[in-house]
Design a protein around this ligand. Structure first.
Ligand code: ATP
Length: 354
């Protein structure tokens, strides 16, 4: 596991120390250790079944680990029930009280704590402002709210008890694309405004990239890499993370020799000392048409497909190294069927040691 944030550490909000969860003989969570900082937006991403929900349920106190400890600002809360923790959870399924008004939903936690009516009402209006819903929503039945509005109500309800940490279990996954994009930005802004620690799980990498300070990648019950979105995209720790982080071309590296192109990397390449056996990770945007004098790694390709992605085009290419994917500006004149010389600068590529 690598942690490449490289900045002075902030105070730790939540410390996960060797958390494991076994169901019978199956280890759904395998000794997960991680420090989440105060005021951090931390996202856990991973494929289906990798253990995200299992981990989040333990962090929120909805389940107990079979081994390991969970510390909140240094205090052991592993066995503390969820209602005693200064944390709140926003679920994918929203879990709103449908037969109640928006105001009643938002005020629920305060009512449970016996706060007076006037105080509850004032706080609910404050929270509606925070999640950008008008005060007229206070009296509106939840059933008359749209999907996006319901999500905002759920957020306001979670924030009502002024939790130190908010946990999110794929809260946007049921919403349409445009709304999701809007709420991603709003959630990020809300997190900055409130200064709270957000721990978010999703299988959407795009969501994680937009919102997070750091991302933890889960695989088979373990955290395989932790880093900022840029670090994880630019310097994946292995081929699994590289592939998980979007389209990628991966080439075998054997003693500094790129097998597929039968080319040796130039001496002095910064990766030669670090990784001489393993794989080279070349993102689609690093592959482009070249002239012989450009140097680098060069090879002939035949364009097989051209997909328009708005401001860019994605090209599928047939090459001696098999099917490759490249991304060029939309102004690229290349069309399917053309044979062109393509290449990349190996000094800009990232290598993984396996
Ligand atoms: P998804 O993205 O599909 O929600 P996930 O990463 O959240 O997946 P989990 O729900 O944490 O994955 O499940 C991790 C593994 O643990 C899965 O193989 C799942 O079948 C198993 N698992 C989860 N809960 C239980 C349980 N109560 N009993 C037995 N196995 C379980």
């Amino acid at each position: 596991m690598t942690d490449t944030a490289g900045q002075a550490p902030k105070p730790v909000a939540l410390s996960l120390q060797g958390l494991s969860r076994q169901f019978g003989t199956f280890k759904a969570l395998d000794s997960v250790s991680l420090d989440i900082e105060e005021g951090e937006f931390f996202t856990i991403v991973g494929p289906s079944g990798s253990g995200k929900t299992t981990l989040l349920r333990i962090l929120a106190g909805l389940d107990q680990p079979t081994a390991g400890r969970l510390l909140l600002r240094g205090a052991d809360i592993t066995k503390m029930p969820p209602n005693k923790r200064p944390t709140a959870m926003v679920f994918q399924s929203l879990a709103l009280f449908d037969h109640r008004s928006v105001g009643e939903n938002v005020e629920f936690a305060l009512k449970m704590r016996g706060r007076p009516k006037a105080e509850r009402h004032a706080r609910a209006l404050e929270l509606l402002d925070l999640v950008q819903l008008g005060h007229d929503y206070h009296a509106r039945p939840v059933t008359q709210c749209s999907g996006g509005e319901r999500q905002r109500v759920a957020l306001a309800r979670a924030l009502a008890s002024d939790p130190e940490i908010l946990f999110f279990d794929e809260p946007l996954s049921a919403l349409d694309y445009r709304l999701r994009k809007t709420l991603e930005v709003e959630l990020r802004e809300l997190q900055r405004r409130t200064g709270r620690t957000f721990v978010y799980i999703t299988h959407s990498l795009e969501e994680a990239m937009v919102m997070s300070d750091r991302i933890g990648i889960m695989r088979d019950g373990g955290l395989v890499q932790i880093g900022t979105p840029a670090e994880i995209y630019g310097r994946p720790g292995d081929r699994f993370v590289a592939r998980f982080m979007g389209e990628v071309n991966i080439f075998e590296l054997n003693k500094g020799h790129l097998t597929a192109f039968d080319q040796n990397l130039p001496a002095g390449n910064r990766f030669m000392t670090a990784v001489i056996n393993g794989h080279m990770v070349v993102r689609p945007e690093m592959l482009h048409p070249v002239q012989p004098e450009d140097g680098g790694v060069q090879f002939d390709v035949t364009v097989t497909e051209v997909f328009h992605l708005g401001s860019r085009v994605q090209l599928h290419l047939d090459s001696v190294a098999g099917q490759l994917v490249a991304e060029l500006p939309a102004s690229s004149p290349l069309r399917a069927g053309q044979t062109v010389r393509f290449g990349f600068d190996p000094a800009l590529a990232h290598c993984v040691p396996e």
